[in-house]
Write a protein that binds this ligand. Sequence first.
Ligand code: UDX
Ligand code: UDX
Length: 576
Amino acid sequence: MLDVPHTVHEKRRTAGDLAEFPDDQLIAQKIEVIQDILFEIPYVGFIIVIGIITDEDIGARNEIFQEAGSFHPAEQRIRAIGRREFVSHAFIFEKFFHEGKHIVLNRKRKSLRIKQLLKYETMKICSIGAGYVGGPTMVVIAEQCPEIEAEVTDVNAERIAAWNSEKLPVFEPGLDEIVKKVRGKNLTFSTDIDDAIRTSDVIFLAVNTPTKIYGDGAGKASDLTYIESAVRRITEVATNDKIIVEKSTIPVRTAEKIRRLLATNRHKCNFEILSNPEFMAEGTAVADLRNPDRILIGGDETESGQKAVQTLVDVYAHWVPREKILTQNVWSSELSKLASNAFLAQRISSINALSVLCEHSGADVDEIARSVGSDTRIGSKFLKSSVGFGGSCFKKDVLNLIYLCEYVGLTEVARYWQQVIDINEYQKHRFARLVREKLFGSLCGKKIAIFGFAFKKDTNDTRETPAITVCQDLLEEQAKLAIYDPKVPEEIVRRDLCPYPSDLITISQTPYEAAENAHAIVLLTEWDEFIALDYERIFKEMQQPAFVFDGRNILDLKQLRAIGFEAYGIGKPRVA
Ligand code: UDX
Ligand code: UDX
């Protein structure tokens, strides 16, 4: 009779099959599950079997174990799993069978579904970094793969506490509902990064990689300090083989650096490094993650590299059609991410460059975008002219590309991409200049209502938001700003506009409050609620003449003008 140790690792939970079975069926089913595994796996290497043993089926357990006479002693590595009240133990056996040995139990085969569940039962994935990328990515993996255990970790205890609370640190449409569904089941949030590293098979690196602000490459290169510290942690604590996934956007050939660090692991574990860049956009993260255009996975061309690629392909294949999962070498994958973001940013800068010309020629930039975008070779997306692009990625990634080009001596190519950034800066400043010019050349002491502060709608993120630049320019002119954004908290707005005097900045609770007695409305984020406001009421409560500057082209300028506003958009014909 086997002496099976009890709980070794309480935190590790099982999911999938057990969660699927109603309680009354559980005992019968679980025995079949165990037997099914024994029946199905003629396996070498790492097998994890999860069986549920209660007092009632202790006899059945012994019977099964006797039949599977050739497995390694259970003491070798067993992790018991504490779970629901009727579950006394679950067991995980490593190297269950000897090579090629089949165990045939006198039982019918179980359904494919159970086999599929069991196939993934072995896996735990964690992310280091619980930000806009790490958080939602893991939430959707947990949702789509109920049998995979997912853990999101972060050094920031406050952020983790928020993920464990009712008010998530990231606002994304649809995210709250999924978190409620999976949190505490197959998804956990924790600051215990070491534990997550030790117990995971796959580790996603999702820490931030901001633009370097010091030393060589300052202002362009990525700061890899956080990636390095996460990798050093893995090197330090990992005791078995793992797949490390680059999720953060990183410079090309970062995998090489990661590999060198990991090679110093004293347990000589094998680490496979994959590049799996994230293409989701904020505000639509859940939809993008659930239904991506493509999944990109780059790995080494070695046998073990390809096996690791396959492991990750299998995870995504839970919900993404296989033809949308592209595999390539690590360097292509790393560069593809920068290239994609550079292309998207370039389209916005191109249409924004044309917006200035429109204002000088009587053309309407939205009409230009529609006709240009109807050409199927060009396509209609990312041609919306605006006050400028923001967000944590575009500027950073284009700068990164520029740095890379300069590094290898491609000055002309670097200069080409630099223009994408330069036009974006120009667009933000020229919008602020327009406000000053139209308000009779002086903003000093004038109240300006700022509608929207986030870098786009449906997010509370303000990184690189054009609102910062525009507000700074207005504050330079001593304007008094009344800022309203439905999702960005006051302290973030104040932090972003520091060190401008706080008495020049008021945070308003409604757009009406912001606009009261204001000389102008400056719309900087395309929140839907701004479209349907009562502009007649707003007009009456503003200083006259009342101005509207729509930095997102979402308002009906004609209608506003009919009310009495002096209204301006981006790339719109100017009315004298
Ligand atoms: C990510 C990527 O990292 C970035 O490269 C990509 O271009 C955009 O998306 P994001 O998730 O948006 O960044 O960043 P952020 O919201 O700042 O989250 C990163 C998290 O990592 C933070 O919560 C931070 O506390 C955490 N972190 C950072 C760690 O847990 N460990 C560290 O060593 C450093
Ligand atoms: C971007 C990429 O789209 C995504 O694939 C990548 O993973 C991360 O970077 P994100 O920055 O979250 O996503 O949002 P995105 O929708 O790309 O918008 C970026 C900025 O461009 C926003 O400020 C947005 O308002 C602006 N934009 C976008 C325009 O000005 N015009 C457009 O037509 C589209």
